[in-house]
Every structure is written in C-alpha cells, then in structure tokens.
Design a protein around this ligand. Structure first.
Ligand code: FES
Length: 104
C-alpha cells in the first residue's frame, strides 16, 4: 500500500464527490459530514463513473442504472448492483486528501 494525493480539501463540499485518477486507478473521493472517503470510481455493474452520480444519505447512486453503494463501506445496496466497490483508506494532511492504494 502507498499513500497518494487524490484531491484537495478545498475541492469538496459536504455531500460532494470528485472523480480523479490516482496512479492509473480511477478513484472517487467524497466528503460526508466533514469526513473524507474514497472508493473505486467504476461501477461494478456495467461501465459508469460513480463520480458522475449523486450522493444521497451516505450512498453514491450510479448515474447509469441508479445502483446504490454505501460510500463508507463500498457495500452494494441491492439490484442492479451486487458486487461491492473497493474502498481505500483516507487521511488529510493540510489541504491534501491522501489515499492508500494497493501497490501494482
Ligand atoms: Fe452502475 Fe448499472 S452501471 S448500476
């Protein structure tokens, strides 16, 4: 695992998501009630960027077929999504939001 800068605190307001590419991995970075989270940015159902979706009640709603994933855990919330999305540890240093990505 290795820490990478993914986004800036100043980029995100509450209940917002931003899509970034970190070391070749598409990542969605979120702010929920002052806490920051990161998940893989591609839906596990078909190809859609979750960062183009909507944050609601602690979940991200996929823009393509409205599948829901819990942002904090990546847990798929039911049809049409059945496979959880990967989540990544997050830490904040100054204005930098860092995420811990698996190597390789
Ligand atoms: Fe995300 Fe279908 S691609 S719910």
């Amino acid at each position: 695992m290795a820490w990478h800068k993914a986004a800036s605190v100043s980029q995100l307001d509450d209940d917002e998501v931003v899509g970034v590419e970190v070391a070749g991995t598409p990542v969605a970075v979120y702010q929920l009630e002052g806490q920051y989270y990161a998940t893989h940015d591609i839906c596990t159902h078909e190809y859609a960027k979750l960062s183009d979706g909507y944050v609601e009640d602690g979940c991200i709603e996929c823009p393509l077929h409205m599948g829901l994933f819990k942002i904090a855990t990546g847990a798929a919330q039911g049809a049409p999504v059945e496979v959880d999305i990967a989540t990544y540890p997050v830490k904040v240093e100054g204005d930098d939001i860092l995420i811990d990505l698996p190597e390789g």
